[in-house]
Design a protein around this ligand. Structure first.
Ligand code: NOJ
Length: 740
């Protein structure tokens, strides 16, 4: 069995993207259109607005939307986002066809991050499946649903490597690892960019390019300061994968890199994206990011902000209106060459041509039965994705799986009878009425037919101090053989601008756990959160801990599947769980330092361990797996060679189960400091009780390459320690050598 091929670290100044979608035919069509356009028409294409932003001017009584509609009719808008469905999309496309001379359809966008109407698990949860193909399928389903509503441009995937659970947007990410994020990036782009077979297609928009996930102190939009090594080794590889997978656009992030906010940063937008990677698609700014150049203090006026952005390589202005207001004049004054405008517009037109918008600007409203049928398939997929996203963190005394028959279960907590929060942070189009709550999931799985007695009490609110509900919760627990505690965060506590300084359970939840646990009944804690929480104390009160994230519409069914053993949990963390907030950022891909933790005058804390609560890659199963020692076909290779390593993994328990076999390396001595461990490949395997599988990893010299002092990608001779095992803190080891 072969492991996944390792993804090569992004190399500067190397081959351009293999995915060249801009064919001569597309270019010809775009150029023809371009030749008929006035300067204002062109800048209109570079202008995008938020249709959902609709304040009414109190003095004139005129709404923003009326003004926007007028702009659209005058051909001064190329893209719109935040519309509310197919009819509205068709209406605006009609305004273009009926009122503008060029009749260039709108590119209609939307944040389709983890599903559209069918809401899937948040990306951080989907990442726990260590199954990029699953993300490909959820992304595809989401694009099918959104395209049916006229949304041809999905602002996804979010592929910011994220190491800080305080940052609310970690929920939208794939977690902390460049390789895992890269594999998801590729699959997600491929899944999200659909062709409906009837002439319409969608574009993805990987974001946020780049470094946005490293906001200082986990505070959203905060300063980012990163070295070129971290940029190129950690942050950029997922974007490179996304570009190579054929992403038709990319979103420039809010943050600065080397002191320059990205939409004004030619190093990122030109040197790396266009010159090194050969990216052909649209670079869009993030929301109002041109305006923020003024707030950052790198532009003194709207005009200057527009000038810096276009000169840096930003094709489309999201919502600030600066391009429309200032670019024509800047061109006429000779401050901006018209050639740059033409290049940007050509890219935008090329994407519109590629998506089939000129042939079919309108979407057909499907008959109700067809829509319902599609929905049912997506709902099934939502359950599959949700089950695979769940991570079992603790299971003392094998309290899980629970019996269904003849058992009395107390279901307690603010996330139990709750069908809103499992929707997660980006579910604008989701509907709580479609969500199966945990209580409902348990009732359906074990209640009526199986005959378990279910006693429910809310106990307390998610984020309030009141303890009035405790007594009812204790009463429910007293009647039960086992208590399921549904704890966690509201959906508004993660996502954009939702940073937290505490990683504890909010409100009175901790006290509720303590009060219930004091009864001495077995407690199963299910944590529904948008981020890793630091809950070391929970281990003292709960025999089992299930990390269930915000899992989308099938949340309750999926969790019940795991609780009752209808599905054997297979999720593994894609992000390190800390003991406390003071350890953050804590991630496995860290450097050794000159003084690794070892007590006084070493890199340690006087009041906390430096170890994680749960390491990257960690997760339990209802069965157990054993790894044999690693065998090698040879233990040395040349700087452009390869070798094969194998382990035998055996299911030593009595349930069928899935294991994620992970392979990490460390370059023991290199010219530039290297991480203590680096994931270079993984494989998810399924084994029946007693079954063994031989897993072979083909280690290629590329996956041992580093960026040296001159930023050259090179495989240096010397020893490499390799681990193959179940997570970043365990595994069998072997030493291999690269020889001159
Ligand atoms: C700002 C966010 O950073 C970005 O992810 C999103 O796509 C835009 N707003 C549009 O909603």
């Amino acid at each position: 069995m072969k492991m996944e091929q390792p993804v090569t670290t992004s190399a500067p100044a190397q081959a351009v993207s293999p995915r060249k979608w801009m064919t001569p035919d597309i270019v010809r069509q775009a150029e023809q259109l371009l030749s008929r356009m006035s300067l204002e028409d062109k800048v209109g294409q570079m202008t995008q607005y938020d249709w959902g932003f609709n304040p009414i001017n109190p003095e004139t009584g005129v709404s923003q939307r009326d003004l926007l509609l007028e702009e659209i009719r005058q051909g001064r808008v190329g893209s719109i986002f935040n519309l509310s469905g197919a009819e509205e999309a068709n209406e605006l496309q009609r305004a273009i066809q009926e009122h503008t001379s060029q009749q260039i359809p709108l590119l209609i966008g939307r944040d389709v991050i983890h599903g559209y109407k069918t809401v899937f698990p948040i990306p951080l949860a989907q990442a726990s499946a260590w199954n990029p193909d699953l993300a490909r399928r959820t992304a595809e389903a989401a694009s099918r649903e959104s395209l049916a509503d006229g949304v041809a441009w999905v602002f996804a995937p979010m592929i910011d490597v994220s190491r800080d659970p305080r940052w609310g947007r970690i929920a939208e990410s794939i977690g902390e690892d460049p390789l895992l994020t890269s594999q998801y990036a590729k699959a997600w782009v491929e899944g999200a960019q659909i062709d409906d077979g009837a002439g319409q297609a969608t574009a993805s928009c990987p974001k946020h390019f780049a470094g946005y996930g490293l906001a200082e102190a986990g505070r959203d939009y905060n300063t980012v300061d990163l070295s070129d090594h971290v940029l190129r080794e950690v942050i950029l590889p997922p974007f490179r994968e996304a570009v190579d997978a054929g992403a038709l656009s990319i979103m420039a992030s809010f943050n600065e890199v080397n002191g320059i906010p990205v939409c004004a940063n030619p190093y990122l937008l030109k040197t790396i994206l266009r010159d090194e990677w050969g990216f052909e698609g649209i670079v869009a700014s993030d929301y109002n990011a041109l305006q923020e150049l003024i707030v950052h203090g790198v532009a003194g006026s709207e005009e200057e902000a527009a000038e810096r952005s276009i000169l840096a390589g930003c094709d489309m202005d999201m919502h600030s209106g600066f391009y429309m207001r200032h670019l024509p004049k800047l061109v006429r004054e000779g401050r901006v060459p018209e050639r740059l405008i033409d290049e940007s517009v050509l890219r935008i037109l090329a994407v519109k041509i590629k998506l089939g918008l000129f042939e079919q600007p309108y979407v057909a409203i499907p008959p109700a039965e067809a829509a319902a049928e599609a929905r049912a398939t997506f709902t099934e997929l939502a359950r599959e994705a949700a089950r695979e996203s769940i991570v079992l963190l603790r299971n003392e005394g094998q309290v899980l799986p629970l019996r269904k028959e003849g058992v009395s279960i107390a279901v307690i907590g603010p996330l139990a009878d709750n069908s809103k929060d499992p929707l997660g942070c980006w579910a604008m189009d989701g509907n709580p009425a479609d969500v199966i709550s945990l209580l409902e999931g348990i009732r359906q799985a074990a209640g009526a037919e199986a005959g378990a007695a279910i006693h429910y009490a809310e106990g307390c609110a998610i984020d309030a101090d009141g303890e009035d509900g405790f007594e009812a919760a204790l009463e429910a627990a007293r009647q039960a053989d086992v208590v399921v505690l549904a704890l966690g965060e509201a959906l508004e506590m993660s996502g954009e601008s939702r940073s937290r300084t505490s990683l504890d359970l909010p409100g009175a939840q901790r006290k509720l756990v303590q009060a219930v646990a004091a009864l001495g009944k077995p407690v199963v804690a299910v944590v529904l959160s948008g981020r890793p929480l630091a809950l070391p104390w929970l281990q003292e009160h709960a025999a089992a801990i299930v990390q269930a994230w915000h899992l989308g519409v099938q949340s309750g069914h999926a969790i019940a599947d795991v609780l009752f053993g209808d599905y054997n949990p297979s999720g593994r963390l894609s992000v390190t769980f800390p003991h406390n907030v003071g350890q953050v950022p804590i991630y496995y891909y860290r450097k050794k330092t000159g003084r690794p933790p070892a007590g006084v005058y070493s890199s340690y804390y006087i009041d906390s361990t430096t170890e994680p609560l749960y390491p990257f890659g960690y997760g339990l199963s209802y069965t157990s797996f054993e790894y044999s020692s690693i065998t090698a076909d040879r233990t040395s290779m040349s700087a452009n060679g390869d070798l094969n390593l194998s382990v035998t993994v055996t299911n030593t328990g009595d349930h069928e189960g899935e294991e994620v076999v992970q392979c990490y390396i460390r370059d023991e001595v290199a010219s530039v400091t290297q991480p203590l461990k680096k994931l270079i490949g993984f494989r998810k395997i399924s084994l029946r009780p007693g079954e063994s599988a031989n897993v072979t990893l083909n280690v290629q010299s590329d996956s041992l390459a580093i960026l040296d002092q001159d930023m050259k990608l090179t495989t240096e001779p010397g020893d490499f320690t390799v681990w193959i095992g179940p997570n970043a803190s365990a595994g069998q080891t072997i030493t291999i050598k690269v020889v001159e």
